[in-house]
Design a protein. Structure first.
Lengths: 166, 383
């Protein structure tokens, strides 16, 4: 078996960038690979549509750590739209190639990032709905009926948003 | 510092073995099948080699066959015995922790219409006589159970298992690749009919296997041609390799007592230090019925291959039998077989000690391992 990691991959494995947990992230996702058992957790901090900070945790092999490291390094500072277009092929080429049997690691890293972005977006509330919801939240404790109303509004908000995206 | 702790994968060739091999490359290079003087010199050396192997193993000279590897020996014995003894029945039994070359040989037989049954191991990694008795019957041609497991180093009760096979008129084969020199392999006394060995696992050269096939057992050869090895295995005798295998085998057993003592002390020290320095480590497989050279350790919450690679960059060579070890992404079937939960299947390292390891190397390894585990655990999402 050939397991020739490039120098860059080794460096990212030995000194991973953006590793660690993040408190109160704007977007979070956990992704796992059923076949090899690896797991990645991603945390996003977004400001004005840009990835201000990104962090990850890894239960995985050397290339799992290295691919997540280089990807987070690259997407940091990108707009959400730019980050959404970031492909696993880019991870592989940035590392100077990956052994064939390790390419799936780059796919998993990118999928994890996209999942974290989706989580961030799912929490987004269109500007015109922001204040009414806040008001509802404030009175939420007062009764069951109003609680139900809150849920209804936030659901509507999501639907409105996704329609808008399309 | 360079530390080699992967002696179950392969060993460094012993210099004394190399010295004994050399003349057969450049001086005594005759073909043992030639009838001129140079050829006959090689033939005599070959016969002598077989006699010496038989003596170490407590078997007979005519039963010793040299092959290219234990993989070839296992293929020859499992497929060859099954195919040549179909009048007896159509069932083959192997354990569920066998090496892939045994499993795949059995799979090929299953595809050809044989009934292949796997006898399970318990959580200690051991095949119990009761488990074998449950599935064996009069239709069984062959039972194949490895002497020592390559991943967790557990030792099977070969004599008892062979007895059960014989009660049902089946032949008993054991892949004893990892058993030298930990067990005194006494073929006749243990009731072994067929046995496989590999020279590079005991400080001999790579590319030499031994197949012990007791007299009277019919075997369909895998490799046919010039009729070498009484037609059982064609191909020019690899004299330098054969001499290396024999010398390595003899040295292994001659120095057995000292080696076992040294290895046990070193392993116990290693395990004690590891437990002292690193929290949450657990030994996989029986703690008692295992060879002293093997430590298969579960670290939990961090991935085996990451540990392996991190240690590798510090000059330490270890192994993970389990997932993500490159070509095969599947988790270790041996560790699944002993009932390890799937969350822990990818978190194991096999350390296998050998003849040349020192206490200093163990100290260095523990120091590095501690740092490696600390680093990887610091960013694991699994707490």
């Amino acid at each position: 078996m050939a397991l020739n990691y490039t120098k860059k991959t080794i460096n990212h494995f030995l000194k991973p960038q953006n590793i660690g947990e993040m408190k109160k992230p704007d977007g979070y996702a956990q992704i796992g690979n059923m076949v090899c058992g690896d797991q990645l957790d991603f945390f996003l901090k977004v400001e004005r549509g840009r990835i201000k900070d990104v962090k990850f945790l890894s239960f995985g092999c050397a290339s799992n750590i290295a691919t997540a490291s280089i990807m987070t390094e690259r997407v940091k500072g990108m707009t959400i739209d730019q980050a959404k277009k970031y492909k696993w092929q880019k991870v592989v080429s940035e590392l100077g190639g990956l052994p064939q049997q390790k390419v799936h690691c780059s796919v998993m890293a990118v999928e994890g990032l996209q999942k974290a972005i989706a989580d961030y977006e799912s929490k987004l509330v269109p500007v015109y709905l922001k204040s009414p919801i806040k008001k509802e939240n404030k009175v939420k404790v007062s009764g069951k009926l109003k609680n139900a109303k809150t849920i209804k509004i936030s659901k509507t908000a999501k639907i409105t948003k996704s329609k808008k995206q399309k | 510092m360079k530390v080699y702790l992967d002696n179950a994968a392969t060993t460094r060739l012993d210099d004394r073995v190399l010295a004994k091999m050399k003349p057969y490359f450049t001086e005594k290079y005759g073909n043992a099948s030639s009838i001129h003087s140079l050829g006959q010199e090689a033939y005599i050396a070959l016969q002598d080699a077989k006699e010496r192997v038989a003596k170490v193993l407590g078997g007979e000279t005519e039963s010793v066959i040299f092959t290219s590897s234990a993989t070839e020996s296992n293929n020859l014995i499992i497929k060859g015995v099954a195919l040549a003894n179909q009048q007896k029945g159509n069932k083959i039994i192997i354990s569920n922790i066998e090496h892939p070359c045994v499993k795949e040989s059995a799979n090929e037989l299953a595809r050809a219409g044989f009934v292949v049954e796997l006898v399970p191991v318990n959580s200690e990694g051991l095949v119990t006589p009761e488990a074998l008795e449950k599935i064996i019957d009069k239709e069984t041609i062959l039972v194949s159970i490895m002497t020592v497991n390559n991943e967790i180093g557990t030792i099977q009760d070969i004599s008892s298992l062979a007895k059960i096979a014989h009660k049902f008129g089946a032949y008993f084969h054991t892949d004893a690749v990892q058993a030298v020199p930990y067990l005194q392999l006494d073929i006749k006394k243990m009731g072994i009919d067929l046995l496989s060995l590999s020279a590079h696992k005991f400080y001999g050269p790579k590319g030499v296997g031994i197949a012990y096939i007791s007299k009277g057992i019919k075997v369909k050869p895998l490799i046919i041609g010039g009729g070498q090895e009484s037609g059982m295995r064609a191909g020019t005798y690899n004299l330098p390799g054969i001499m290396g295998a024999v010398v390595a085998l003899e040295i292994s057993y001659k120095e057995r007592a000292n080696y076992l003592k040294k290895t046990k002390i070193l392993k116990d020290y290693f395990w004690k230090q590891m437990q002292k320095e690193i929290s949450g480590v657990k030994l996989n497989g029986s703690a008692v019925k295992r060879v002293p050279a093997n430590l298969n350790v579960m670290f939990g919450s961090i991935e085996g291959e990451a540990i392996l690679m991190d240690l590798s960059y510090k000059g330490i060579c270890v192994s993970t039998g389990s997932a993500c070890s490159a070509t095969n992404l599947r988790a270790s079937s041996v560790l699944s077989a002993i009932g390890l939960h799937k969350n822990f299947l990818n978190s194991n390292i096999r350390f296998s000690l050998g003849r040349y390891n020192t206490k200093k190397e163990i100290d260095y390894t523990v120091k590095c391992l501690k740092a490696t585990v600390k680093r990887l655990r610091s960013f694991s999402p699994i707490k």
